[in-house]
Design a protein around this ligand. Structure first.
Ligand SMILES: [Zn+2]
Length: 419
């Protein structure tokens, strides 16, 4: 996706969408929605397109809980006509991911018509899909235009905008993790992108009250921030600027909920809560002096390839093979390399502390979440107590990224939340 696609957030987005479609080569327009988003916006878009004389096909996915899995992907693919067409995703995260993937695999473009400001994934090129019970992000495509109807965003259930806010607040830990990765794990970093994500986050925090109230200003700021972070991910080519340890916890919970047949939880709601727990870890890091760290390193054990692998097998079962592959760069560290990295952590402690200073204190994260009505405890969020600790201990295995959790592994610091 080019970064120059039209992005409209406003009260007349549907009119802009119709005008945009009129400029496209003549072909059917296939709307994809679920029963809720059809009622909220799909019906109106369909009528407006028809009135403009455009051929419209409408696919409404039914069911209690629509997820981007085999069932719904195939349903969409089968119901779409076997011709060239333009897809329009009318919905938030899941509908957009289903449409993003089906349009990509049928070599058609798609337009995003968000119905809620709930995630930062509208403009992304990857589609997180659940196939065979495993969640993975696969290559797909970005939209050729985003048309967000502000009144629809305002009318969406409040927990959706609270979740969008949670996805934004997750950037406080994600950006610090990114810098740690750059400093200690040779990951590329882009200061301008970091500045843009920080700016988006800050403008969102300034309008916390408006977001909580669901005002047009609040929704516009929130949607702006979500789209801007999406564009930053596009510019970098991966999710590094927007996703760190807090997202690893969220992915872990998502897989656990699937495994236990429990209802899914909004992505941003999990990310916001996890950001609070990861901010607690950063609170611990901030409190340590270089001397403390020197001592910690002396006592921190080297677990080695087999020790780590035993944990991965115990926690991830049949998924362990895939995770072992992802973690190879970490697992294959020799004791000497491991000790060298510990030495670099001690040496660079002033810089690491500075990075930790950029993270909001956990208490501030909790306060912001509360202000917008986002959950700050696992019960309200819908998790089970037994899922919390493993996410903070073993969630980091899910991606080959250096995060504060990995840092704590090298220091032998406990990353579990205080009871
Ligand atoms: Zn996210």
């Amino acid at each position: 996706m080019s970064q120059n696609v039209p992005i409209i957030i406003g009260p007349d987005a549907v009119r802009h969408l119709v005008a945009f479609c009129q400029e496209l080569p003549s072909q059917p327009i296939t709307l994809v929605s679920d029963t809720n988003t059809y009622r909220a916006l799909g019906e109106r878009i369909k009528a407006a397109l028809k009135q403009a004389g455009l051929p419209v096909i409408s696919i409404v996915l039914e069911g209690e809980e629509v997820i981007a899995d085999e069932k719904y992907l195939i349903q969409t693919m089968v119901q779409a006509p076997p011709v060239d067409q333009v897809f329009v995703a009318v919905g938030s995260g899941t509908i957009t991911d289903i449409t993003r993937y089906v349009s990509f695999r049928t070599r058609n473009p798609f337009i995003s018509a968000p119905t809620a400001a709930s995630v930062d994934g509208f403009v992304s090129t990857g589609a997180p899909l659940v196939v065979g019970g495993l969640k993975d992000t696969v290559k797909a495509q970005g939209p050729i235009g985003v048309f967000a109807d502000l009144p629809t965003l305002m009318a969406a259930p409040p927990e959706l905008r609270a979740a969008g806010f949670g996805d934004v607040i997750g950037k406080t830990t994600a950006l610090a993790d990114w810098r740690l990765g750059h400093l200690l794990w040779s990951e590329p970093h882009d200061a301008e992108i970091e500045r843009r994500v920080r700016h988006a986050m800050a403008s969102c925090f300034e309008s916390t009250d408006d977001i909580a109230n669901g005002s047009d200003q609040g929704l516009r700021h929130l949607m702006d921030a979500l789209i801007e972070t999406g564009l930053c991910m596009l510019a970098v080519g991966d999710s590094r600027p927007a996703s760190g340890a807090e997202h690893h916890c969220s992915h872990y919970w998502e897989m656990e909920l699937l495994k236990e047949n429990k209802p899914a939880i909004l992505h941003g709601a999990k990310v916001g809560y996890a950001a609070m727990l990861v901010a607690q870890v950063y609170d611990k890091v901030r409190a340590l002096t270089q001397d403390d760290v020197r001592q910690l390193v002396e006592n921190a054990p080297f677990r080695g390839h087999d020790g780590e692998l035993a944990d991965i097998r115990r926690i991830y079962g049949s998924g362990a093979g895939a995770i072992q592959k992802i973690q190879e760069p970490f697992l294959s560290l020799t004791e000497q390399e491991y000790r060298q990295l510990q030495g670099r952590i001690v040496e660079n402690w002033p810089a690491i502390r500075e990075i930790a200073e950029t993270v909001l204190p956990a208490s501030a994260v909790a306060e912001l979440l509360e202000q917008v009505g986002a959950p700050t405890d696992w019960r309200t969020l819908g998790l089970e107590e037994h899922m919390i600790e493993p996410a903070l201990l073993y969630g980091h295995y899910l991606r080959n990224r250096f995060t504060v959790i990995k840092l704590c592994r090298f220091l032998g610091i406990d990353t579990r939340p205080a009871p």
